[in-house]
Design a protein around this ligand. Sequence first.
Ligand code: ADP
Length: 275
Amino acid sequence: MKEQSRWNKVSLVILKLGGSSITKKADNKFEIDYDTLNRSAQEIKSVLEKDTELQLIVVCGVGPFGHTNVTKYDLNHGIETEEQEKGVGITNADCDFVGSETVKALEKVGLKVKLISGYEVCEQKSKKVLSFDIEPYKKALDEKIIPITTGIMVPDEDFKWSPMSGDTVIAQTAKQLSPTKVVMGTDVDGIFTADPKHNPNAKLIEKITNENLGEVLEQCGESASVDVTGGMKGKLEKLAATLNGVPAEIFSLFVEKNLENTLLGKEIKSTKIKL
Ligand code: ADP
């Protein structure tokens, strides 16, 4: 198809900087983890110097800057009151803050980047994507500029405004631009048989494909409650829908050089997914 041939000269990778790694999500603080963000920027710069064919789209999770505000101002079920309207403004200023701090971090190492706020490109209807304008991403990539988008509140035909997650940006860009892979940096080494922060027996699942999916889910059942298996199944189903067949790798951004190495195609501790 035309769209695919447009990008086959370069390798396009979608990079998610998870909210759990670039914000103080675990402490529920409205703070950026500048150590992780700045180190990630350095690693991206280093990779782009080595691999001049590589192009990136950066998607940022926003951690508490999104979730805490959405809960505080009750923004998940439609906007009706003035207080909620105010909440949308505050939330979007906070999410744009995460985006602009990411822009600054990447510019500081000499990269050309552009913040594309989700509300400029995405419209939803009852929290589901109605339209997602890919043109600003194509334009940026054509100009060798790295587009950056965060999770944020976007216009909603039924709800006035509704939350759009970073994963929606991954789903839309993956569907519309056929990237070679999606790499997702988070605060743990990948997907485990149970939440590794709460279960010391949780084991890292190194590879998930359609062939071993059943086995993986069974493994989760052995080491944890039925509830977790359900949760895991849900997590994987959501991820499969997000990735739309594009291979993905989930890894810890807290481990130095992980980002650089995975972008260079080197083996790191992670979960690789091809569903
Ligand atoms: P991010 O904000 O980086 O996108 P999330 O907070 O959505 O990441 O997901 C990462 C978190 O998911 C980890 O901090 C971990 O505690 C939790 N988690 C729950 N279940 C699992 C599991 N089975 N495997 C890995 N992480 C899990």
